[in-house]
Design a protein around this ligand. Structure first.
Ligand SMILES: [Zn+2]
Ligand SMILES: [Zn+2]
Length: 204
């Protein structure tokens, strides 16, 4: 199994193969379905379906590190310092920034767990499905603590950028069955028939 995903921390985009254009660069919010593949444990591998700029949806593979840590600077991408015209490691600077934000009690990603009735920190590997909307996204998350599926309505930035948590989000007011989100069509149908409560994602 070849995993050719690359994450560019400067643009917050993953690179995947596209059958139409060879390569495409997509943000986390363009992911539609994510599933941890059985087998490979170290590192774990996730099978995703993503919405491509060519208009299609394609499958891709993402390693656990790329999914959760690359957006925090965990991959050692190189960048050019415009002031000194030297190349540097963008990874180290981003990691330092992420570390200081974590120490300050900020979470890179968060969601509201409906059955537990509280916000929880989370990593993208706990995302299950993303449904596109006009100004919001439906985000299905499997709670890393209680294991239940919750669906939140969030901004694109909330998904794409670490430490860009929405202050207020929508929370679907019921627990989802295990098999409710087998396809994006089912997820969107669920979203359209659901009620949302507003919740604060404030962390204190
Ligand atoms: Zn494509
Ligand atoms: Zn929970």
């Amino acid at each position: 199994m070849t995993i050719s995903t690359m994450y560019d921390a400067l643009t917050a985009r993953y690179t995947f193969a596209c059958p139409e254009r060879e390569q495409t660069h997509v943000a986390l919010s363009a992911f539609r379905l994510l599933e941890r593949l059985p087998g490979a444990a170290h590192p774990a591998v996730y099978g995703v379906r993503f919405a491509c700029a060519c208009g299609g949806e394609h499958p891709g593979l993402v390693g656990h590190d790329d999914l959760d840590w690359a957006p925090l600077g965990g991959s050692s991408g190189q960048f050019v310092d415009l002031m000194t015209a030297r190349t540097g490691e963008v990874g180290n600077e981003l990691l330092e920034l992420a570390a200081s934000q974590l120490k300050a009690g900020e979470w890179p990603w968060s969601f509201y767990c409906y059955p537990e009735d509280r916000p929880r920190p989370v990593f993208p590997s706990s995302f299950v499905a993303v449904a596109p909307g006009d100004s919001w996204l439906g985000l299905a998350v499997r709670c890393p603590v209680c294991g239940a599926l919750s669906v939140n309505l969030v901004s694109h930035a909330h998904v794409d950028l670490p430490f860009a948590n929405d202050q207020r989000i929508g929370v679907v007011d019921h627990v989802f069955a295990e098999d409710a989100l087998r396809s994006l069509e089912e997820f969107q149908a669920e979203l359209h028939s659901s009620r949302f409560d507003e919740r604060r994602l404030h962390l204190d």
